[in-house]
Design a protein around this ligand. Structure first.
Ligand SMILES: Cc1cc2nc3c(=O)[nH]c(=O)nc-3n(C[C@H](O)[C@H](O)[C@H](O)COP(=O)(O)OP(=O)(O)OC[C@H]3O[C@@H](n4cnc5c(N)ncnc54)[C@H](O)[C@@H]3O)c2cc1C
Length: 240
C-alpha cells in the first residue's frame, strides 16, 4: 500500500538564476528514511487527473535520520509543476507526496570506480550519494562528479563540491560549460570530459548518468557504442 505524506516547505533558497533549493519537513514522522539517489513523487494542485498532477523529484540531501529533505528544482518555461513551485508555493505550504522510490542508488558495496555525469538538477541524486559516502565513511574506489551547464552562474553546489574535493580522498569534481569559457572549467559538453579521461576502457568502472533525455541518450550511445563499455557498466536516471 502506498503511503502518502505531507511535506511542509520550511525553507527556499536560490541555487542559480533558474534553480531553487526547497527543504521539506515531513509531517507526522521523526525520521524519513530513504536510500541516497532515490526520489519522491509529489501530487501537486495543477490538474484534474493524476497523471497531470504527479511529478517526481530526486532527494538532493543525504539520509541523515531526520524528517527533512532537500530538493533541487529547475524552473521550466511553461512547466506546470515548476510554475506552481516557483510562483505559488511558499514557506509553510503543504505538499502531498509519496516515496521514496527508485533504484538509482549506490551499490551495496562499492567495488568500482564511479563516474557520475549530470547536467543541471541531475546533480541532485549524486549530491545525496556523495555525501552518503563521505558521512558514512563508505569505502570506495574513486568518485568523479562531472557536472554540465551552460554558463558559470548555473553551476550548482559549486563551493560545496570544491570543498569536498579537498577533504574527501578520491573525490573529483569537474565542470563543463557549454556556452562560456572559464578558467578551470571544460569548454563544451560533459561528454568531452569522460571521453578524454576514460577513453581507456576498464571493467572496474561504472558510469552513473542523470538528467534530461538528450544528454543521457547521448552519453549512453557514446559510452557503449563508441567507447565500448558494457551495458552493465552504465546506469541512468531520466528526468524526462
Ligand atoms: C525520477 C525523476 C526525478 C526527477 N528529479 C528532478 C529533480 O531533482 N529536479 C528537477 O528539476 N526535475 C526533476 N525531475 C523532472 C520533474 O519531474 C518534472 O518533469 C519537471 O520539474 C518539469 O515539470 P513541469 O510540470 O514544470 O513541466 P511540464 O509541464 O511537465 O512540461 C515540461 C515539458 O518540457 C520538457 N522539458 C522539461 N524539462 C526540460 C529541460 N530541462 N530541458 C528540456 N526539456 C525539458 C518535458 O519533456 C516536457 O515536455 C525528475 C523526473 C523524474 C522522472
Amino acid at each position: 500500500m502506498t503511503t502518502w505524506y505531507n511535506g511542509i516547505i520550511k525553507k527556499i533558497e536560490d541555487a542559480s538564476p533558474t534553480t531553487k533549493r526547497f527543504w521539506l519537513e515531513v509531517e507526522g514522522v521523526d525520521r524519513f528514511d530513504f536510500k541516497a539517489g532515490q526520489f519522491i513523487t509529489m501530487d501537486l494542485p495543477i490538474g484534474e487527473r493524476r497523471n497531470q498532477r504527479w511529478r517526481s523529484y530526486s532527494i538532493a540531501s543525504a539520509p541523515d535520520g531526520s524528517n527533512t529533505l532537500e530538493l533541487c528544482i529547475v524552473h521550466l518555461d511553461g512547466g506546470l509543476a515548476t510554475n506552481w513551485l516557483f510562483n505559488e508555493a511558499t514557506i509553510g505550504t503543504a505538499i502531498k507526496f509519496k516515496g521514496p522510490d527508485g533504484t538509482f542508488t549506490l551499490p551495496e558495496s562499492i567495488e568500482n570506480e564511479l563516474v557520475m555525469v549530470c547536467t543541471g538538477t541531475g546533480v541532485a541524486p549524486f549530491r545525496s550519494m556523495i555525501w552518503e559516502v563521505f558521512n558514512q565513511k563508505i569505502p570506495h574506489k574513486g568518485i568523479h562528479l562531472i557536472f554540465g551547464t551552460r554558463t558559470a552562474d548555473g553551476i550548482l553546489y559549486q563551493k560545496e563540491f570544491e570543498e569536498l574535493a579537498q577533504k574527501m580522498p578520491g573525490f573529483r569534481f569537474s565542470v563543463a560549460l557549454s556556452r562560456e569559457e572559464q578558467e578551470g572549467c571544460h569548454h563544451g559538453y560533459v561528454h568531452g570530459i569522460y571521453q578524454t579521461a576514460y577513453a581507456e576502457k576498464r571493467p572496474d568502472r561504472s558510469f552513473y548518468l542523470c538528467g534530461w533525455t538528450k544528454m543521457v541518450d547521448e552519453a549512453v550511445a557514446k559510452l557503449i557504442v563508441e567507447m565500448g563499455y558494457e551495458r552493465g557498466q552504465v546506469k541512468y536516471e531520466l528526468y524526462g
